[in-house]
Design a protein around this ligand. Structure first.
Ligand code: PMP
Length: 399
């Protein structure tokens, strides 16, 4: 008997498995739409010009790398608050938001989950059905029981909003509700402002705890537009959590740049909450890394670089939308008669294409087009060169 003889093999990450299969495929026309990253029109991961310029400035005046404060770079936290809540917002003036730098959006979710678990260990967590696959695992590993609220409506190619609302209205007080602030992963379907208003009302009436995951701010309709839901929660006078990720919006995936913001009832409560978030951080990894957050703080805090970023972000957003439209047009041209307009209604990098697992498997085996068995494809991995082949293959399996 060795120490590890009872250790079971954990299941493989399904997306990583798909990537391995893709890499091993010898089909020269293969296309990987299983990924969760934005590729540019040449099929390459972009290095944003604003990032390169900020880094060039940093390299020209190299600095020693001391420890950061536990909650990260102050200018970075402030810039995050400005993006999420609006730089001139009353809530920031009142000192009612505790923000900490985090190791990506995942890190922001985990700090929030650990803090909530100490605060309210018996609370349940509700995530959308379906959701980003790490939500369930992350909150389960933080000690919570995780259930799902209805979200995707396959039959109507949209959101089962009545089901979602009923689930929220049946949830006990203090239930943590994880909500995708914009660009829902994996479906691409977002709530309307009127639907959000009803969600906010349910959260308030039932005494639920909203945890908004904002991993794609700027990828849907714009920075302020995608953050509009935050204003709706603020207007209702609620306390809530927001995780931020800059992985996609700055194309800084590997630098692990994110944050957690907690809206509190008073400046006094904010100071206490911040002190507890710092304990979570301190006991996990002590303090965050410097480089990525310094880049983001520099870009957001330098007017010329900031406008460059906003333009580059808009460029990514517009290209994704163009690919949605082009995919629908190409499928129609290939003879698909089904109404596919839902693809252009979806927001962000992903599309629930409506294809079933058997069709997705045919796409892989016959055409070298790789997507997730749920039917999720990454629209941000489409470009003018691979689109004709993707559309022809999709049309073939839809026949
Ligand atoms: N939340 C959602 C909804 C996501 O899609 C992702 C990343 N794909 C994350 C959080 C995590 O972001 P990060 O890579 O910055 O940890």
């Amino acid at each position: 008997m060795s120490l590890f003889s009872a250790v079971a093999m954990a299941p493989r990450d399904p997306i990583l498995g798909l990537n391995e299969q893709f890499n091993a495929d010898t089909n020269p026309a293969k296309v990987n739409l299983g990924v969760g990253v934005y590729y540019d029109e040449n099929g390459k991961l972009p290095l944003l010009r604003c990032v390169a310029e900020a880094e060039a400035g940093m390299q020209a005046a190299p600095k020693a790398r001391g420890y950061l404060p536990i909650d990260g770079i102050a200018a970075y936290d402030k810039a995050v608050q400005g993006l999420v809540f609006g730089a001139d917002s009353d809530i920031l003036k009142a000192g009612r938001v505790a923000t900490v730098q985090a190791i990506g959006g995942t890190g922001g979710l985990k700090i929030g989950a650990d803090f909530l678990q100490k605060l309210n260990p018996a609370a349940k967590v509700l995530i959308s059905d379906p959701s980003w696959e790490n939500h369930r695992a992350l909150f389960t590993n933080a000690g919570f029981t995780v259930d799902a609220y209805p979200y995707y409506d396959a039959e109507n190619r949209g959101i089962n909003f009545a089901g979602m609302l009923a689930a929220l209205n049946a949830a006990p007080a203090r239930t943590v509700v994880v909500l995708h602030a914009c660009c829902h992963n994996p479906t691409g379907y977002d709530l309307t402002a009127a639907q959000w208003e009803q969600v906010v009302a349910a959260v308030k009436a039932r005494g639920l705890v909203a945890f908004l995951d904002m991993a794609y701010q700027g990828f849907g309709e714009g920075i302020a537009e995608d953050g509009a839901v935050i204003q709706q929660f603020l207007a209702a006078g609620l306390d809530f959590f927001v995780s931020t990720s800059f992985s996609k919006s700055f194309s800084l995936y590997g630098e692990r740049v994110g944050a957690l913001s907690v809206v509190c009832a008073s400046a006094d409560e904010t100071a206490k909450v911040l002190s507890q978030l710092k304990i979570v951080i301190r006991t996990n990894y002590s303090n965050p890394p410097t480089h990525g957050a310094q880049v983001v703080a520099t870009v957001l805090g330098t007017p010329a670089l900031r406008s460059m970023w906003e333009e580059e972000l808009a460029g990514m957003r517009v290209r994704i939308k163009a690919m949605r439209g082009a995919l629908v047009a190409a499928l129609k041209a290939a003879g698909v008669t089904a109404d596919l307009e839902f693809v252009t209604r979806q927001k962000g990098m992903f599309s629930y294409s409506g294809l079933n697992a058997a069709q997705m498997q045919r796409l892989r085996s016959e055409f070298g087009i790789y997507g997730v068995d749920s039917g999720r494809i990454c629209v941000a991995a489409l470009n003018e060169k691979n689109l004709p082949a993707v559309a022809a293959a999709m049309a073939a399996v839809m026949r």
